[in-house]
Ligand binder design. Structure first.
Ligand SMILES: C[S@@+](CC[C@H](N)C(=O)[O-])C[C@H]1O[C@@H](n2cnc3c(N)ncnc32)[C@H](O)[C@@H]1O
Length: 582
């Protein structure tokens, strides 16, 4: 291979694979040129990190100062690392505040969003992969999910490594490429790489040709090839050169910041929650938008955050605790069953039976432990896991307030051992609820589960078919039917998705406006997204979809991943809810 062929191969220039009918549908919606641009943009991460500052705990200025300090420390660390091999490095340079090599830190200029901070990244960078004539670099192939995380700034961990060159030793420089699903014989998609296979750097390697232009950087092997395939977890490659350089803020400034996509922050603003209101977030986990809404309300009122997944409800709980928000009430609930006309005042909640105890037993235990005075609406019934014994305090203990149950003791031991972090479960208690009365919320956010075809970076999109896209739309319509009933007349409903699929965006708006005459599209603030899609789509199988009508396009926000704001693909529609009997 000559040098120019080598630089084509050892580069990052991916093409996203789509299901052919899905591709045809999107080309009809966007035009071929725009769709190609979107498709290309999806393969890259947004070139900045977006940080929402928790102004209940700190200030934007303090966070910016902390980020600059972290960057200075990192530069010093990198310099010291370099010093081990090169004695000419000037350390004083590395401790100065921002230089051209430091990613710039900027306060968001959008009115009202001065608590959002951008840390710019850079890329795509060309990387020198140590290719010598007929001597390819040693390398690993990683899974697609691993590669997508690495492009966002993560390291290569062992479970993500699929294949590796022979004779790789700890400390060696190693190129990293990605293995993507390819068309299988059965008409589906398959990876076709057996874990642990030895790479030769030759055409006989798995996906050799398919991995042209699929190199995402290089790093230092943290263990030998044998170790990589023997161990089950841990760091595999410490990335030193990346195609995209983005600062990672994992596990720093916990509670003071939250990493969140800009359109998600905007969705919370568009809802325009007011202090003291009662808000429903219908598909809330892991709680990014819930906590953004709760913060905008200055921790007043009530944000009811529901999700159908038990574990994800725990995540909302933990995130709210981490950010110090007390106005969030997370519940486990299927949003498709969220309207309950039998409940008149509030909604009786139950805690999910985790360990096999019936809720009655748990309820009794709660009464005994003095947790529950009377079972009023929205009162939580504490469940106990099967390993918990119901210890009954004696009168003396209770009077002196000395009694601590075995369960509380264990919880305290766990807390001391693990710390209060978001991912440390608070004991697995999840409140279930039986739905809400119609018209019981001032505002509802329906951030619907969707095909997620706007998320970046994305290296494969072939799994979605036209049928699966249509199914998403149907599911979302059923959720919207519930949401519409729960907002009071005069209230607001915001619908959002993180997909570029018009059928889940403009198609849903059309459905909402045609089905519920009391809904009308409302102006959105702030507005940085582009207009929605007008018109309709008809496929050869007789399926048709209607999108927006003239005059409606500027009342929705469509975030184009190839647009100037370099965001994920996202969509927001805001509806005013008029008198329902009209
Ligand atoms: C797009 S994510 C929500 C992201 C969230 N709003 C945030 O900003 O952090 C969609 C969520 O919908 C939840 N979900 C899916 N079907 C549901 C249902 N029938 N009822 C309630 N939640 C559901 C999923 O568990 C998932 O957490």
């Amino acid at each position: 291979m000559d040098q120019s062929a080598a630089s084509d191969r050892y580069s990052y220039n991916p093409t996203l694979h789509w299901n052919p009918q899905v591709e045809e549908y999107f080309i009809k919606a966007y035009g071929a040129e725009a769709f190609n641009r979107i498709s290309k943009a999806l393969t890259r991460p947004s070139c900045y990190s977006c940080i929402r500052v928790n102004t209940l705990k700190t200030t934007t200025e303090a966070v910016i100062e902390k980020i600059l300090e972290i960057q200075r420390e990192k530069r010093l660390k990198d310099t010291l690392k370099n010093l081990e091999t090169n004695y000419d490095v000037d350390i004083s340079e590395s401790v100065k505040s921002p230089t051209s090599e430091t990613n710039p830190v900027l306060k968001c200029q959008i009115p009202g969003l001065d608590y959002v901070v951008f840390v710019k990244g850079s890329g795509p960078h060309d990387i020198q992969y140590d290719y010598q004539q007929d001597k390819p670099p040693k390398e690993v192939i990683v899974s697609r999910k691993c590669a997508e995380a690495v492009l966002r700034g993560a390291q290569v961990y062992i479970p993500g490594i699929l294949a590796c060159s022979a004779h790789v030793e700890k400390g060696e420089k190693i190129a990293v490429s990605v293995g993507i699903e390819q068309p299988g014989r059965d008409g589906g998609w398959a990876i076709g790489i057996t874990r642990g296979i030895v790479l030769q750097g030759q055409k006989t390697d798995p996906q050799y040709l398919e991995r042209d232009g699929m190199y995402i950087g290089q790093g230092i092997a943290t263990m030998s090839r044998a170790g990589i395939f023997r161990d089950l977890s841990g760091l595999g490659v410490d990335m030193t050169d990346r195609v995209f350089r983005l600062d990672s803020f994992n596990d720093v400034m916990k509670g003071d910041i939250f990493l969140q996509n800009l359109p998600s922050i905007i969705a919370a603003h568009v809802l325009d929650p007011q202090q003291g209101e009662r808000i429903l977030d219908m598909c809330a986990a892991p709680g990014g938008k819930t906590t953004a809404i709760a913060s905008l309300m200055k921790d007043t009122g009530e944000v009811i955050a529901v999700d159908r997944s038990h574990n994800k409800v725990i995540e909302i709980h933990n995130l709210a605790a981490e950010l110090g928000l007390n106005n969030i009430k997370p519940y486990k609930l299927d949003a498709l069953k969220s309207v309950n006309s039998n409940i008149i005042n509030g909604n009786l909640t139950q805690t999910e039976d985790i360990g096999g105890l019936t809720s009655q037993v748990a309820k009794a235990a709660s009464f005994i432990n003095g947790n529950l005075s009377s079972p009023t609406a929205e009162e939580k019934i504490c469940a106990l896991s099967s390993s918990d014994k119901v210890s009954i305090p004696n009168d003396e203990q209770r009077r002196k307030g000395q009694y601590t149950s075995k369960r509380e003791e264990r919880k305290e031991t766990r807390r001391l051992k693990n710390g209060p972090g978001r991912h440390h479960s608070t004991g697995g208690r999840v409140d279930k609820c039986e739905g809400f009365p119609p018209n019981s919320f001032d505002r509802v956010l329906l951030d619907a589960p969707c095909s997620a075809l706007g998320l970046r970076p994305r290296l494969f999109a072939g799994e979605e078919t036209v049928e699966s896209l249509r199914k998403h739309g149907k599911y979302q319509k059923r959720m919207l039917d519930q949401a519409v009933q729960l907002v009071r007349p005069g209230g607001v409903l915001v619908y959002s998705t993180c997909t570029i699929n018009p059928g889940e965006n403009e198609g849903l708006v059309r459905y909402a406006l045609d089905t519920y005459k009391f809904l009308s599209l409302a102006q959105q603030h702030p507005r940085i997204g582009g207009p929605g899609l007008l018109g309709h789509y008809e496929s050869s199988d007789g399926y048709s979809e209607e999108w927006l009508r003239p005059g409606e396009e500027d009342l929705v926000q469509r975030f184009d991943p190839s647009g100037p704001h370099d965001t994920i693909g996202f969509f927001i529609a805001k509806f005013n809810v008029g008198p329902k009997d009209a």
